[in-house]
Design a protein around this ligand. Structure first.
Ligand code: ASP
Length: 441
């Protein structure tokens, strides 16, 4: 079985950490292909290489030449090579890179150089070939990922027992370097895993996987050992961020599990994210709730009209208003004569809310509309909920016992999640109460 491993910025932050990475890779012959991020923060208040590179681009635009920021990038890489005692002519590589940055003068090119340099250093440390992502990861004319990349990656790795591939970037049909969005090395790792048909995609980071709740709100929540792709999607969408959200799709389509592991505690179990069918057949005893996540700052527009259920095109007219205003909605809980639209409040600033509400009134002449702002959503997620009787009773009694008024409820048709809306000010209290109910009893 081939394992593709991706190491994040903290794992690559300095020479000592890179050595940890090398030890992890060398301890398992199945760990053949490695995707790396650019060095991240070494301590609180430090700056990530990628941020220094964006700064490099700004300086180049302003002053016409490279300045302080690139100097800092160079110093970090020289120090890393020194710490590792590598016989690598890093000065020459850095001066070639500087010349290329000046020639290209494109932000995405400059930003990509952190992964490029980190990849060269890691390959030298391991004594394996370096693969420039420019040659194997492709974007189309519109900057969207091109599946031709799978073939290119496979061909480049053919006959290579091990290799290091730079994360975060690729190139367009004209050979110009393009990057994914921030954190995009996760996506590069998933693409490589899919391309080589890996048995598992190991994503090495600085936490031991997903926790059942946000540790900033619930002290020391339990870890989630196994998670299905669908649960992951629900939890990450609601704010549980360990992985880049797009990174799931390449491996999910190919049924490849993702294992989240901690470079600094490699013996920890981590979180194994499994294709949903495999998860359901593998997990012996499903927990009722797998995890709880949430986000603040939503607005609920509630619309009431008698007999709205029999009015043809009612929802269509409302959707048309949202479409015209370029607004996406999160949920649409509805009753027989009521409908609520839940929207991320950020989309409704600068008078947009008032305009949307007015247009809805014009479009469907409701009996009443109400707006609740400052709503927080809490998602209680788990395949086990469908199988256990009384889950909602437990959930809502826990919330009621905490003295919190529920503003909105939405249950996905798959019974995989229940979304509860509460006032922003009750968010933390509700999370704690729900966690207590499902994880402490
Ligand atoms: N270095 C890039 C960033 O900081 C990509 C990554 O680390 O995944 O966003």
């Amino acid at each position: 079985m081939i394992k593709v491993c991706k190491f994040g910025g903290t794992s690559m932050a300095d020479g000592i950490n890179m050595r940890r990475v090398a030890n992890i890779l060398q301890s398992d012959p199945a760990r053949r292909y490695t995707v790396v991020s650019a060095p991240g923060k070494r301590f609180g208040g430090d700056t990530k290489i990628t941020d220094l590179l964006y700064e490099t681009h700004r300086e180049l635009e302003e002053k016409g030449s490279l300045g302080e920021a690139f100097h800092k990038v160079s110093a970090r890489f020289c120090r890393i090579v020194d710490e590792l005692g590598l016989a690598l002519d890093i000065e020459k590589i850095l001066s070639d890179t500087a010349a290329e940055i000046e020639r290209e003068r494109r932000e995405e090119f400059t930003a990509s150089r952190g992964e490029y340099l980190a990849g060269i250093v890691m390959a030298a440390l391991l004594g394996v070939p370096f693969i420039d992502a420019k040659d194997v990861i492709r974007f189309d004319e519109n900057g969207r990922f091109d599946t031709l990349s799978y073939t290119l990656v496979r061909e480049a790795l053919k006959g290579k027992n091990r290799a290091v591939i730079a994360g975060f970037y690729g190139s367009d049909p004209h050979g110009k370097v393009r990057t994914f969005s921030r954190g995009g090395s996760d996506v590069s790792g998933a693409i490589v895993a899919r391309a080589v048909g890996a048995g598992v995609y190991e994503n090495w980071t600085d936490v031991s996987g997903f926790l059942a709740c946000d540790p900033r709100i619930v002290p020391s929540p339990v870890g989630i050992g196994k998670l299905s792709y669908r649960e992951l999607r629900e939890l990450s969408y609601m704010g549980a961020n360990v992985l880049h959200s797009e990174s799931i799709f390449p491996v999910r389509e190919a049924d490849i599990p993702i294992h989240i592991l901690n470079t600094f505690r490699p013996a920890d179990e981590g979180t194994m994210i499994l294709p949903t069918e495999k998860y359901l057949s593998n997990v012996k005893r499903l927990r009722t709730v797998t995890g709880i996540a949430g986000k603040k700052n939503f607005t609920v527009i509630s619309i009431e009209k008698s007999l709205m259920n029999s009015e043809i095109g009612f929802t269509y007219k409302i959707m048309e208003v949202l479409f015209r205003h370029h607004i996406s909605f999160e949920h649409l809980p509805s009753g027989i004569d009521t409908m609520s639209i839940v929207i991320d409040s950020e989309q409704l600033t600068h008078g947009v809310l008032e305009a949307v509400r007015e247009d809805i009134v014009k479009a469907v002449t409701p009996d009443r509309t109400n707006v609740y702002s400052d709503v927080a959503l809490i998602a209680v997620v788990g395949h086990g909920m469908a199988k256990s009787v009384g889950t909602s009773a437990r959930l809502f009694s826990a919330i009621a016992n905490a003295g919190v008024n529920v503003r909105m409820i939405d249950q996905g048709s798959s019974e995989l999640n229940i979304i509860v809306g509460v006032d922003n000010c009750n968010y933390e209290r509700t999370l704690r109460a729900v966690y207590e109910e499902f994880f402490k009893t």
